[in-house]
Design a binder for this molecule. Structure first.
Ligand code: GLN
Length: 488
């Protein structure tokens, strides 16, 4: 890749200084995608021509001092975010031929800032999964080891950034889908506070949990993308009115006086020893940069997995009811003179949805059904409140909670897919931030002996993305993990 410019900020500055053109840099990335993505499968669709046309338009019209913060910079978008005129599938057969007539707000804000979309990234179907194996278009491979999973569900975005197929990407995170693949691929992933980023044009999975956020090589780049996509949107009533701070300013703070909390009891069981080691090393680095680290408790976090898998599936069963073969693309081919509408629905949905999506629709429908509602859905909502209270209490004495992002490094493709429960358990450290609506970031924290990336996660107070980014940046400055590049 371009020796001098790898990060979004570097590329932006090089284009602004006239050292490279947007056409040069976009072509370079597109060539690399063409050369490498055959073995990674990170992209569902590469918007080659459209990208080069737009890059050329930027190069023609660019004037000195153009203030657009991403002018000419290439970027990729998870395939569950709508892109006008470009297929948007959520990696599902049921949306295989869906071409949205509008852009998601996060996408249109990136483009208004001058970014050039190079393509749509592969993911687990409708964001449901932790390994990318639930994609109708085949799994993504981890660039650090092609027999391993990149994590999920935003595995394509994470793999693409890690392999330098694109300098930054958008993902979505309902229970860890930005942070976990970021950790497994060795990049930065940020899930903003619920309401911070518009979800207009995001194909909904679980509407009380979904957030859109960036995957990048560096913390500064994550700050830059967040700055561009965040903020209120009249098209999404759940966006918060809060002003968006300039996250990229004063990012290089020192950590003296910053208090971090480790939920030790939660970290006691089931963690890979190499993850524990990397985590302890990270804690020492945080201390050496001036932060104080203390023990905290999140007594209800142990219930986060069942609570999440009840609420997320309940919401999904409702959200996915719209895919009925009437309005959107796939429809089962049946003889209309002899079939009922009901049979058309049934056949369309059996053909169009994958196994995991069907499992969740059934689980969620069950949890919501009369007679079970109180025992499952209502109970889960109550425990969700307790999980949020745990965090609020912790934030009385600390500024951020720190824990591993994933209990294991990248696992072998095929290893966990036959056992959904095992797969769900991987989300133990990520789902609580979604349940509590809090911002959380995963940053690279080194490698295992087998040279698989490890991530460390920080969870912050609502709307304190700025604080999280500063803490993450201070850590990043003390190591060069992000500069390590997979050999692909
Ligand atoms: N792995 C979690 C799930 O399968 C999280 C997915 C996500 O954040 N979209 O539900």
């Amino acid at each position: 890749m371009t020796a001098t410019a790898q990060t979004l900020v570097e590329i932006r500055d090089a284009i602004a200084a006239g050292e490279i053109t947007s056409t040069n840099i976009c072509s370079e990335y597109l060539e690399r995608i063409a050369a490498v993505d055959g073995s990674l499968n990170a992209f569902n669709n590469v918007t080659h021509e459209q990208a080069l046309e737009r890059a050329a338009a930027v190069d023609r019209s660019r004037t000195a001092g153009d203030p657009r913060p991403l002018l000419g910079v290439p970027i990729a978008i998870k395939d569950n975010l709508c892109t006008r005129g470009v297929p948007t599938t959520a990696s599902s057969r049921i949306l295989e031929n869906f071409v949205p007539p509008y852009d998601a707000t996060a996408v249109s804000r990136l483009e208004a800032a001058g970014a050039i979309v190079l393509g749509k990234t592969n993911c687990d179907e409708f964001g449901m999964g932790s390994s990318n194996e639930n994609s109708a278009f085949g799994p993504v491979k981890n660039p650090w080891n092609l027999t391993r999973s990149p994590g999920g569900s935003s595995g394509g975005s994470a793999a693409a950034v890690s392999a330098r197929l694109v300098p930054g990407a958008l993902g979505s995170d309902t229970g860890g889908s930005i942070r976990q693949p970021a950790a497994l691929c060795g990049v930065v992933g940020l899930k903003p506070t619920y309401g911070r980023v518009s979800r207009y044009g995001l194909l909904a999975f679980a509407s009380s949990l979904d957030q859109v956020g960036p995957l990048t090589l560096t913390v500064r780049d994550a700050a830059l993308l967040l700055e561009v996509i965040a903020g209120p949107d009249p098209r999404d009533a759940t966006t918060a009115p809060q002003q968006v701070p300039r996250y990229t300013e004063n990012l290089d703070a020192d950590l003296r006086g910053v208090r971090l909390g480790v939920p030790s009891a939660l970290l006691d069981s089931g963690i890979d020893p190499e993850i524990s080691q990397a985590f302890s090393a990270a804690v020492e680095v945080f201390q050496s940069t001036g932060a104080t680290v203390s023990d905290i408790t999140l007594p209800h976090a142990q219930y986060a997995i069942p609570v999440y898998y009840l609420l997320a599936t309940a919401e999904a069963s409702s959200n996915l009811a719209r895919y009925d073969g009437v309005r959107y693309t796939h429809r089962a081919e049946l003889d209309p003179t002899s079939t009922t509408l009901r049979a058309m629905y049934d056949q369309t949905r059996s053909e169009g949805f994958g196994e995991e999506v069907k499992r969740r629709i059934m689980l969620g429908t069950y949890a919501l059904s009369a007679g079970y509602y109180d025992a499952y859905y209502l109970k889960a909502q109550q425990v969700r409140t307790l999980i949020l209270r745990d965090y609020e209490q912790a934030f009385d004495s600390v500024d951020a909670v720190i824990m591993p992002t994933s209990p294991v490094p990248a696992f072998t493709l095929g290893e966990k897919i036959k056992d959904p429960l095992q797969m769900y358990l991987l989300d133990i450290f990520t789902v609580s931030a979604n349940l509590a609506g809090l911002p959380a970031i995963s940053v690279p924290a080194g490698f295992t002996q087998e040279r698989l990336p490890v991530g460390v996660q920080l969870v912050g107070r609502a709307f304190d993305e700025g604080g999280l980014l500063k803490i993450a940046r201070a850590y990043e400055r003390n190591n060069g993990w992000w500069k390590e590049t997979p050999n692909i």
